[in-house]
Design a protein around this ligand. Structure first.
Ligand code: HEC
Length: 128
């Protein structure tokens, strides 16, 4: 065997070894982090108040939100008034189903909010 080819073999096995080790080390690093209960990427309150996402304050008074509009009703006592999450999710997903003339944007149908984001907003509304 020539020196060149054994050098090449050594290089290739070093490469193979690092290809095996790097993901192993990376996954160990990931496991080293404490893993709390998975929370939504953005919490519901931020999504509800964000002008580029829910923007609910444009039309609804929500406790804790600044400078709300009053095009829609105040969102309060949500858990008592809407014990069924699915009902609330349906309103946020597409209120035109209940009221074809509503000015409330169909957040789910228009892909402004994902289902997960709608669920996070419901979690938040249940605290109001
Ligand atoms: C452009 C104005 C507008 C925006 C923005 C808006 N809504 Fe509405 N919403 C309304 C109106 C008006 C109603 C009254 C019912 C109707 O029009 O059908 C309503 C009704 C509701 C209801 C039923 C209220 C009740 O008292 O029964 C809920 C719940 C609701 N909206 C949640 C939200 C959430 C959550 C957001 C933000 C993700 C939001 N809305 C954003 C206008 C809006």
């Amino acid at each position: 065997m020539s020196d060149r080819s054994s050098l090449l073999k050594m290089k290739m096995s070093a490469l193979a070894l690092s290809a095996m080790l790097i993901p192993l080390l990376a996954s160990r690093a990931a496991f080293a982090q404490p893993s709390p209960v998975p929370a939504p990427a953005v919490p519901g309150e931020a999504l509800a108040f964000d002008h580029n996402k829910g923007n609910c304050l444009t039309c609804h008074v929500i406790k804790g939100g600044d400078a709300p509009g009053n095009v829609g009703p105040e969102l309060s006592d949500m858990k008592a008034r809407y014990p069924d999450r699915n009902e609330l999710a349906a309103i946020i997903y597409d209120e035109t189903k209940r009221n074809p003339l509503t000015v409330m944007p169909p957040f789910g149908r228009n892909l402004i909010l994902t289902d997960r984001e709608i669920q996070a907003i419901i979690d938040f509304l249940y605290t109001r």
